[in-house]
Design a protein around this ligand. Structure first.
Ligand code: CP
Length: 338
C-alpha cells in the first residue's frame, strides 16, 4: 500500500487547508476522491496510537465536543466519545431520550442551545434525513454527521474503506484506491444510510459496486449512482472480492417489505454455502448491529481471516479521531494549516 506523503512536492493532494476545505462533515457526497484519501491517510497515525498501551494525545486539549444522539447507537456514539477523549478533548454526550427534546424542544432550538455552550464540534445522529445539514446551518462550530435518517453515515463509509485498505494491504493486494475491486452490498438498500455512503465512497475510490436487495428494498434509479443492481444474491456474489451485509432497517419501514425473516434469510442471507459463490478468499463486512441468522449466519460473521466485522469497529475510532482532528484545526488556531 502506498504510504502517505503530504509534502508539497508529492503532488498527491492539495496542501494545507485545501487538503480538506470543509467546515462540516455532512456526507461522503460532499467529498472529492483526494479528500477521502486524505482522511484515510490521516487516520493511520491514530490506528497506530490506538494499538499502543498508552493511547493518549493532547491534540484537542481544552476543546469541547458534544455528541448529540437522537437515535440509539453503540458503535458510533462510543467510538466518537473514545476518539474525543483519546485526543484530550472534553466530551459530553446528549441522549435525546433524557433531554428536553422529550418536553417538545425542537431540533433547531436544541442546536442553538448547544451552540450557546460554545462547543468546538457537534456530532449529530438523527432519524431525519438532512438533519445534520440543518443544524450545520445554525451553529458556529463544525458539525459531524453520525447518521441522518436514510441519507448518509459518512464516518461508517470511511471506516469501512480504512478497514478494507488494511485487510488488502495485509494480503499484499493493497493499492492507493480500490480500482477493480468487486464489492457486493446486500440488504435493505432502500433505507440504509450506510449503503448510500458506502456507494459514494467506494465508487469514488474506483470499486466495482453491486447492490443486491429484494425489489421492494431497492431504490428506483440506483444505477445512476454508478452501481449495478441485482435481485438474486447468488448472481451478485459471482467473483465478488468483498461482501458487505446490511441489517433490515425495520425502524424506518412503514408496512411489510418482506414476507418473513425466514424467507429473507433463504433468499438474501449470507450463509457459508452462499459465500462460496464469491471469490475463495472474499472478505465479509457488516456495519453492525447484526441480526445473526437473518442477514448473516454466525459461522460467516465469525469466520477468522475472512470476517472484518470487529476490525471495522477498531477502525471506527481511528477514523473519528482523524475527522475530529481535521475539523477542529481552525478552532485550534491552525487556519490555513501552514
Ligand atoms: N454501525 C453503526 O452505526 O452502529 P451503531 O448504530 O451501533 O452506532
Amino acid at each position: 500500500m502506498a504510504t502517505t506523503d503530504l509534502s508539497a512536492s508529492s503532488g498527491r493532494f492539495p496542501t494545507g487547508r485545501m487538503a480538506f476545505p470543509h467546515r462540516d462533515l455532512t456526507g461522503i457526497g460532499q467529498l472529492q476522491r483526494h479528500e477521502i484519501l486524505y482522511l484515510l491517510d490521516q487516520a493511520e497515525q491514530w490506528v497506530a496510537l490506538n494499538r499502543q498501551s498508552a493511547k493518549h494525545s493532547d491534540l484537542l486539549a481544552g476543546l469541547t465536543i458534544i455528541n448529540a444522539f437522537f437515535e440509539n447507537s453503540t458503535r458510533t456514539l462510543l467510538s466518537f466519545e473514545i476518539a474525543g477523549k483519546r485526543l484530550g478533548a472534553d466530551v459530553v454526550n446528549m441522549h435525546a431520550a433524557q433531554s428536553s427534546v422529550k418536553k417538545g424542544e425542537t431540533l433547531i432550538d436544541t442546536a442553538i442551545t448547544l451552540n450557546a455552550m460554545r462547543a468546538d464540534a457537534i456530532v449529530i445522529r438523527h432519524g431525519s434525513s438532512g438533519a445534520t445539514g440543518l443544524i450545520a446551518d445554525k451553529v458556529d462550530c463544525p458539525v459531524l454527521n453520525a447518521g441522518d435518517g436514510s441519507h448518509e453515515h459518512p464516518t461508517q463509509a470511511l471506516l469501512d474503506a480504512l478497514t478494507l485498505r488494511h485487510a488488502l494491504a495485509e494480503r499484499g493486494e493493497g493499492t492507493e484506491d480500490f480500482t477493480g475491486l468487486k464489492v457486493v452490498i446486500c440488504g435493505d438498500i432502500l433505507h440504509s444510510r450506510v449503503a448510500r455512503s458506502n456507494i459514494l465512497c467506494l465508487t469514488a475510490l474506483g470499486a466495482d459496486v453491486r447492490v443486491c436487495a429484494p425489489p421492494a428494498l431497492m431504490p428506483d434509479g440506483i444505477e445512476a449512482m454508478g452501481v449495478r443492481a441485482f435481485y438474486r444474491f447468488d448472481e451478485a456474489l459471482d467473483g465478488a472480492d468483498v461482501v458487505m451485509m446490511l441489517r433490515l432497517q425495520s425502524e424506518r419501514m412503514s408496512g411489510q417489505f418482506i414476507p418473513s425473516a425466514r424467507e429473507y434469510r433463504h433468499l438474501y442471507g449470507l450463509t457459508r454455502e452462499r459465500l462460496a459463490l464469491a471469490r475463495p478468499d472474499a472478505l465479509v463486512m457488516h456495519p453492525g448491529p447484526m441480526n445473526r441468522g437473518v442477514e448473516i449466519d454466525s459461522e460467516v460473521a465469525d469466520m477468522v481471516g475472512r470476517s472484518l466485522i470487529t476490525r471495522q469497529v477498531e477502525m471506527g475510532v481511528a477514523i473519528r479521531m482523524a475527522c475530529l482532528d481535521i475539523l477542529t484545526r481552525e478552532a485550534r488556531g491552525l487556519e490555513g494549516w501552514a
